[in-house]
Design a binder for this molecule. Sequence first.
Ligand SMILES: Cc1cc2nc3c(=O)[nH]c(=O)nc-3n(C[C@H](O)[C@H](O)[C@H](O)COP(=O)(O)O)c2cc1C
Length: 318
Amino acid sequence: MYSVEPKDLTVAQAHQYLLGGVSPRPIAFVSTISQDGINNLSPFSFFNAFGANPPVIAFSPAISGRTGKTKDTFENIKSSGECVVHAVTHSMIEQINLASCEYDSNIDEFVKAGFTTLDSHLVKPKRVKESPFQMECKLMQIVELGGKAGSGNLVICEVVKYHISEDILVDGKIDPNLLDLCARNGGEYYTRASGNAIFEIKKPGLIKGIGFDGLPLFIKESHILSANNLAQLALRDELPQLNNFENEIKNLTVIEANDYVFERFERANDYKSMLNCALNFKNQNNINSKYYFEKTAKIALNNNNSDFAWMCLLIINN
Ligand SMILES: Cc1cc2nc3c(=O)[nH]c(=O)nc-3n(C[C@H](O)[C@H](O)[C@H](O)COP(=O)(O)O)c2cc1C
């Protein structure tokens, strides 16, 4: 592993590692207004949310590593104490890239990047009509993070009003596929956060998982189950016993199978039929039968059925 301290790197190298390793980062598309009343719009991916009561977001318009100058956004927010932060969707990604050009401070970047202004309710800077998620913000605090070329300036803001397009809401919640966000990676890479890039993981809630140290050794030593699979198995209050699955086991059948049939069920994600095949291999005293049960458990876990996976694994030693 390559290990290095930032003091032994150029600022540009340190920047690149940070951007590559801390990613994908959400993008704040920030609208501000200058003392002369000029609209400014710029994207910032040093950005996140930090609390809900009050709602707080922060982003970092850095001191340019190239010119040593501060960004217009930073000067505008320092003087006005207000901004509007917008979500960046895939449909506007090229326009936000255009808005990131280093235009002079007397240039209206809504006009340059082809966005439509909407008046805000509680702050002076305009909103971007094209973004379906808009936050009117008031400055809480600025933390200067070095004061040199390449240093960040953390701008911490309270959200005082949300505007959310009904088009992205399902049952009152923001649907990630409808929002279709874009995020920034290192270099010139971006991530589109929709379709296959989005998946769900059940929250632990009140469960205190038994943890890796609570898993039986024969499961931990599996060559089939990944660390993610083990974590899925370890996220339950108690170690299950085979008799917890009495009813399910009664309903199992045995399918006369060979490897070809087993793999066909695997390709179809049909872990129930895979288990019926595995039982057949076990009945035949196949020395590899552990492999078939573990494979079945893995497919059940990939389909978020942890109970079924536990049943498969507990049958191995029965
Ligand atoms: C996707 C994206 C993310 C960016 N993130 C940042 C950032 O976090 N901090 C920063 O200082 N510049 C960032 N930039 C560059 C600024 O947007 C750019 O310097 C812009 O011209 C600043 O405009 P201003 O001087 O009008 O505020 C980013 C650019 C793009 C395209």
